[in-house]
Write a protein that binds this ligand. Sequence first.
Ligand code: CUA
Length: 350
Amino acid sequence: MAGLLLLLAAALSACTNPQTTFSPKSDTAQSIQTLYLLVIVMASIVMVGVFGVLGFALFRFRDRPGRVASQTHGNTKLEIIWTLLPVAILVIIGAPALIAVAGSAKAPDEDALHINVVGHQWWFEVQYPGMGPEDPNNPGERLPLITANEVHLPIGRQIYVTLESVDVIHSFWIPQLIGKTDMIPGTVNELQTFTPQEVGAFYGQCAEFCGTAHAQMRFRAVVESLGDFNEWAEALQTAPADPASELAAAGQTLFLAKGCVACHTIYGMPGAAGKLGPDLTLLGDRRTIGAGIVDNTDENLQQWIRDLQQMKPGTLHMPSFGTLPVENPQHMSDAEIRAVSAFLRGMTLE
Ligand code: CUA
């Protein structure tokens, strides 16, 4: 009984898992799912068949008083059947699997949207080559459009992702959209192409152990209409409006004064061009902070700035500003943290 309850609990614990692969939302994820179900069905047939015959033999030929087991040697018909049957099963599973594997190596369509994702300990840098502002050093050429921890994807368009890493091996995975592929330093990997088929925000996760905060290295894939996607891409390369409140304006000043700009870029804000940490342009529109780990709310962002080591132990480079000694010039009071949070979350599309 206890065993059954434990099994039930294990099964139910999977019910609300947002990282399920069982509800595919792209053409490629769907084909993986179809293959998976085929294998499960075939494996189930084999299991029922083998255990059925075994059970039957155990019962039918059990030891009974006065009976002597008949002695046989060899059965050609049986030998042929149990050779051909597994061959047939393997062909049924193998043929579609080989076709799917061959398809996974197909070159992307010409009009596929190219995205380059770079792994960092422990967050994702997202680049859209050729979609950003004009390159001042190279007139006529466009820089990549850059964001972090949120991959925007237009629905119905084929997506072609290349993967890199600046430090250790990470792995890029959006369970409902596409299988995982490693991000390896010094090399460029290609993710199998896929076409998103449903609007929504889907969970992504680093799937290769990469250090202390590996489990907290997440992101969101945001699938949206082409109109919304274009609007977002346009807003990312438009200089931000002046802060809407006094508090946010004070936050902008602090963002410079406390050295945040040494690591973070905000497009269009003079002096804010740091590259060590995630780009924060339009942060107010992101669904999460801390690389996909908590909702983007005032409370969470303030807590992040105050003491991020408590929210995401092991985070590199960024100080917990609220816990620094008061005499440290980078220390921030609660009031200052509120201001910086108001400034960052005030940067939105509208
Ligand atoms: Cu990056 Cu695990």
